[in-house]
Design a protein around this ligand. Structure first.
Ligand code: SF4
Length: 316
């Protein structure tokens, strides 16, 4: 099975990570699910899209932190921190409660665009209430930390023209040779020391945050290509304000660009080889051998490796 021809390839760190974890999961998410947002799409694409939209509770909590901070930076930068302190976390938690309720009720089965569901509900996992409460508390502590540790105070006093980008949804750039790369840094700003990019990571200490250097290098490449300057880069846990700081040379970023091109070739190779041989594209993408990846995979319900009963249309 091959997806429609209008599914043009662009590289992103998320694509890299998923292909690295499991090539077949990559195919499900970026090839098989293509077009599945349309209720009139073929049943398989619809199911794969529905599954692709599921999040684990940890991903869900992380996206609430990102969305809440982006919303405040984009639309409420003049809000009094004291007012935000009183209402902001409760707003986010209230939205989470509603999404939890809808997910548990299965709203995502009929409208996965409007109501992305939770993996734990889709797969009927037995999650104790305290585990859900921990994610709620993580979101609240990240938002409180963003205010208490001074990050908001700093960003709110920047001139608007120096707040260069906040989660730019359409952010992409082209490498020499024409490869499109999507990169969505959380915040890019200019201060007296030049340009900086910050990326929120809603968990982890400084040592754990250091592992995000490759992703921040991609963001630095985006900033260099968009604003003409190599930025300082930081992965920050807003709850604790712990941060991993990264600096990059021009050579570092050139190496990152070369790595992206090579990685894109690896990702595209199975599809190109299948097309050249007239073989099935999906089958050209291998299954992972890592049982831990399968144990947390949103596509387990449809993956032949798992040998489970196929779902009904639009449902896992
Ligand atoms: S269940 Fe395992 S092999 Fe199948 S797509 Fe998911 S991670 Fe890959």
């Amino acid at each position: 099975m091959a997806p429609p021809a209008d599914n043009a390839f662009s590289w992103s760190f998320a694509r890299h990570s998923l292909f690295d974890e499991c090539p077949r999961a990559y195919w499900f998410a970026y090839r098989g699910a293509w077009g599945g947002w349309d209720p009139a799409a073929p049943a398989r694409a619809r199911v794969l899209y529905t599954l692709k939209r599921l999040s684990t509770r940890q991903q869900w909590a992380g996206s609430h932190v990102h969305d809440a901070i982006a919303e405040v930076l984009l639309h409420r930068r003049d809000a009094m921190p004291e007012l935000l302190r009183a209402t902001w976390a409760e707003e986010a938690v209230s939205a989470m409660r509603e999404e939890f309720r809808l997910s548990r009720a299965g709203a995502w089965r009929t409208d996965p665009v409007k109501h992305p569901g939770l993996y734990e509900h889709a797969y009927s996992l037995d999650v104790p209430p305290e585990a859900w409460a921990a994610e709620r508390d993580r979101v609240a502590s990240c938002l409180a930390g963003f205010l208490d540790h001074g990050r908001f105070d700093f960003l709110r006093t920047l001139p608007q023209s120096d707040l260069l980008a906040v989660e730019p949804k359409k952010a992409s750039f082209e490498l020499p040779g024409g490869l499109a790369v999507r990169a969505i840094p959380d915040v890019v700003f200019r201060d007296a020391d030049g340009i900086a990019v910050w990326d929120w990571k809603s968990g982890g200490d400084a040592a754990a945050l250091a592992k995000h250097r490759p992703q921040l290098a991609v963001y630095a490449l985006f900033v260099r290509g968009t604003f003409g300057e190599i930025p300082r880069a930081s992965a920050i846990n807003p709850a604790t304000d712990e941060a991993a700081e990264f600096s990059f040379t021009a050579e570092d970023l050139d190496e990152t660009a070369a790595w992206i091109v090579s990685d894109a070739e690896d990702i595209l190779f199975p599809a190109e080889e299948a097309a050249a041989e007239g073989a099935d594209e999906e089958s050209a993408y291998d299954f992972t051998n890592d049982p831990a990846a399968c144990a947390r995979c949103v596509f387990a319900a449809v993956c032949p490796k798992m040998r489970q009963t196929p779902p009904q249309e639009g449902t896992p």
